[in-house]
Design a protein around this ligand. Sequence first.
Ligand SMILES: Cc1cc2nc3c(=O)[nH]c(=O)nc-3n(C[C@H](O)[C@H](O)[C@H](O)COP(=O)(O)OP(=O)(O)OC[C@H]3O[C@@H](n4cnc5c(N)ncnc54)[C@H](O)[C@@H]3O)c2cc1C
Length: 598
Amino acid sequence: MAEKYMSMENIKFLLYNVHNLESLFTHDRFKEYNRESIDMMMDAAKDYGDKELLPYLEEMDRQGCVYENGEVTIPPQIAKVFSYFGETGWINATESYDHGGMQLPHMVHHAGGFIYAAANNSAIGYSTLAGGAANLIVSFGSEEQFQKYVKKMWEGKWQGTMALTEPDAGSSLSDITTTAKRQEDGKFKITGQKIFISGGDYKEADNVIHLMLARIEGAPKGARGISLFIVPKRRIDEDGSLQANDVTTAGIFHKMGQRAYVTTHLIMGEKDDCIGHLVGSENLGLKYMFQMMNAARIEVGLTGAAIASAAYYASLEYAQERSQGRLPSSKDPIEPPTSILNHADVRRMLFFQKAIVEGSISLVLECSKLIDLIDVSDEKEKEDYQLLLEILTPIVKTYPSEMGIQSVSTGLQCLGGYGFCVDFPLEQFHRDIRITTLYEGTTGIQSLDLLGRKMMMQDGKAAKLLFGEISKTLNEAKEFEKSKRHAISLFNTLNDFQQVLNRLIGLAVKGQTNEFLADANLFMELSGIIVIGWQWIKQGIAAEKALKSGDGDAKYFESKIKTMDYYFAYELPKSKGLVTRLMDTEIITIKGDNEYLV
Ligand SMILES: Cc1cc2nc3c(=O)[nH]c(=O)nc-3n(C[C@H](O)[C@H](O)[C@H](O)COP(=O)(O)OP(=O)(O)OC[C@H]3O[C@@H](n4cnc5c(N)ncnc54)[C@H](O)[C@@H]3O)c2cc1C
């Protein structure tokens, strides 16, 4: 097991130098915080990661989850971690003081979450889910529901889930068939099944509160007929005792990665005795659920970045220790082999990982800050921040996942044959990260959302706001010697991007919807390259400022500038191929009368 899984220097650089966390402390909501208190929290998170998460990463993977006699057993450390997050107030840390939270900025919560996830990505999903499910009740449920369910979830006693997927409704949630039948007392009887439900059941959880999508009998077809329900595994009697609620775990899924994070198949109402409680108004369920899904999309991006971070440091550590071969300029067999760290190709693989990991974390924190700004702004500003967050959400879910997979695979490659062996953690990271492009909406679905909805909404207002933010950074870069030239390259790519967007919008306007969206995935790839380029210019500027001020570790800031140079020399040029493809009018992939995929 590699010792280093993330860089505290990097997290602090991103929080303070790049994203100016301290500017949030001027707002009433966050006025209790200062740099010292945040540093203490980050250090405590790292300490917990070192002692209670990282040491169990491999063991939990080997133990996995077991389904036997209708019961689910998960690795024992998970329950301890879940309780710890509940007891320390971490699960509801961003909630207001009135609700017993800490009014912690989301930036800090996500920075801490990143540390935890880098140490052990399977262990933290349980508390993230409980927090997200509880927040749905806070936002849309009644006071009674809040009192009944939320506290226990925040305390790390009851698990929460998001129960959406069904055997015939994965990407297309509008096709769900789980049914809710109204009862005279205002409650509902639920029947149906849900698959792939993370954290859906395990022995240690006294109760599991499913936030479930279902269709009330007689509701309209499609998304307009979906409602949100609280469906507890055990219902709560008047005297507070827990009774079985006819939610059966039919089995668990056996997965290639994240093996300690249980994924369940649930059946509701086999005995016609599964009670659900409506949250908010009828038929608004999918709209409500988007709150949890959007938050979870950022969390998935965070997880991708975190696993890629752990893989990067493991491969760097290996490269520092392994000697092999000689440089092309020195083929003398009498000379001792050189460290593989001296080979240009290995250095390329390491720079590639560093550029992706640090660019991705920066984007996660950019989005987290938008959530905080939404919390403290007036109506006009709030709307702009909300639109920016909406357009960035599919990208922050996708770039760290898709590129994180490539990054981890490259990390594995640095180890040669040992990378393929269980003695090193790279093979586990390779398996663990693979899910991130699948759950919470596949890359295909995120790409349709980005191009088909987010780029188009309010006549392209969100896109304009994003271009405006990027342009602000590019203008600022004019004052900085090292960042300036990269800003010019990004400016040119942004112009190409706008041409692509105009061409695609032209198709949409003509009603050629299938053509418009056929290459949405490639459009996403291009958007990701640009947005991460923006994050690298931000980091370059911050590093140049820090070097000029003379405060801090000059070597570290120079490494930031070198990694920015790498990104613009190796990653940004990939946009050219994508632009060529996206400007091309030849369509090969749309199904015609003949079938060529034979
Ligand atoms: C480990 C794990 C944990 C999960 N946890 C949860 C959970 O906690 N709660 C929950 O509700 N669900 C959960 N899921 C379900 C997950 O969100 C779905 O698997 C995912 O949304 C994809 O649905 P699907 O598997 O049915 O794939 P499908 O929808 O069948 O998709 C198959 C392929 O077709 C593509 N595709 C589908 N529709 C379109 C389209 N309209 N246009 C273009 N391409 C399309 C997809 O991009 C994909 O490549 C989990 C899944 C896994 C594997």
